[in-house]
Design a protein around this ligand. Structure first.
Ligand SMILES: [Zn+2]
Ligand SMILES: [Zn+2]
Length: 332
């Protein structure tokens, strides 16, 4: 692979900040797109010169989940170990092996990656847009369309308007939801949310419950948490209607405990569901998301608020730590 662009995603920051474990040393980055330079024996679904999006949770094809078509929860790949199928990595330094985050390591210009992590897309999609399909967009849009199955006319609230939250909003707009209430502390992110399809923006300076009730009197059908914070996950029951659905999309630091009143869910009929990688089958969903972008139905380009060089990646991570920026994208 020769990478054309890589997004800087919160999962990279979780590793940098020690909130998630990973093997070191490691080349981070997992939201990539680029051009195939060469393929190994037996690889037939891509060829040299193809434009591709990288999937960081690539299917093994044989585990129980893969056999059921649930590629997003495959248990047979080596992504967690950040190595290739054979247990090795093709990067090294003077001290030995260097890992590739989630087996792809997109904070670098080139990599050897598993064939099933590579999904061809139309070459008309710019790399800086295509790379975001591989994590934030698949995770956010997929949570709405695949995991929750939001129906036209449903009311939706989205907590957190970073790259994933904005993608949830785009997915909700695509599904025909209304109203779509964006909730974030930063006015700049709320402005982006309104551009992405939100009908209302709420800053949580006062009561979020009161603000949501002023828009939807009996609260929303679907709430999405797209940050990964205990405090904001626990807001969801207070803004979701009786019988409504709460979707956990944001990923918390390891060992974070989230609590709800034990009587609340059975008495209110609310459900909590977890959405992993937008319940996407990469080979099916990535080309579909690319096509929707080309058709003008998914304005992924609006997520790209900062284009940077590889050596500016630490600045991008620092900005993310301050909860600034929607998405920084490294352009190679
Ligand atoms: Zn990510
Ligand atoms: Zn599998």
């Amino acid at each position: 692979m020769r990478y054309g662009a890589s997004g800087v995603c919160h999962s990279d920051l979780h590793v940098v900040d020690g909130e998630w474990s990973a093997p070191f040393p490691i080349v981070l980055g997992h939201e990539g797109a680029g051009v195939v330079e060469a393929v190994g024996a037996g690889v037939e679904h891509v060829a040299a010169g193809d434009h591709v999006v990288l999937s960081w949770w690539y299917p093994c094809g044989t585990c129980r989940q893969c056999r059921h078509g649930e590629h997003w929860v495959c248990s047979g790949n080596h992504a967690d170990e950040s190595v290739l199928h054979d247990g090795t990595t093709r990067l090294s330094n003077a001290d030995g092996a260097v890992h590739q985050y989630l087996s792809i390591g997109t904070f670098g210009e080139q990599a050897v990656v598993p064939a099933s992590a590579v999904v061809p897309i139309p070459p008309e999609v710019p790399f800086e847009v295509a790379c975001l399909i591989g994590c934030g967009v698949a995770t956010g849009v997929g949570a709405v369309i695949n995991t929750a199955g939001v129906e036209p006319g449903a009311s939706v609230a989205v907590i957190g308007c970073g790259g994933v939250g904005l993608s949830v909003i785009m997915g909700a707009a695509l599904a025909g939801a209304d109203p779509i209430i964006a909730i974030d502390r930063e006015q700049a992110k709320l402005d982006l949310a309104l551009e992405a399809g939100a009908t209302h923006g709420v800053q949580p300076s006062g009561s979020v419950r009161r603000a949501v009730r002023a828009i939807v009197p009996d609260f929303v059908d679907y709430a999405f948490e797209a940050i990964g914070l205990k405090e904001t996950v626990e807001v969801m029951p207070r803004i979701t209607r009786r019988g409504g659905t709460m979707v956990m999309v944001g990923m918390t630091p390891e060992d974070t405990k989230v609590s709800f009143d034990g009587l609340l869910l059975p008495s209110s009929g609310q459900s909590v569901i977890g959405s992993s990688y937008g319940s996407c089958v990469p080979a099916v969903d990535f080309p579909r998301l690319a096509q929707l972008h080309l058709a003008g139905r998914l304005p992924i380009d609006r997520l790209v608020t900062h284009r940077i060089a590889l050596d500016e990646v630490n600045d991008a991570l620092a900005a993310m730590r301050r909860r600034e920026r929607a998405r920084s994208v490294i352009v190679y």
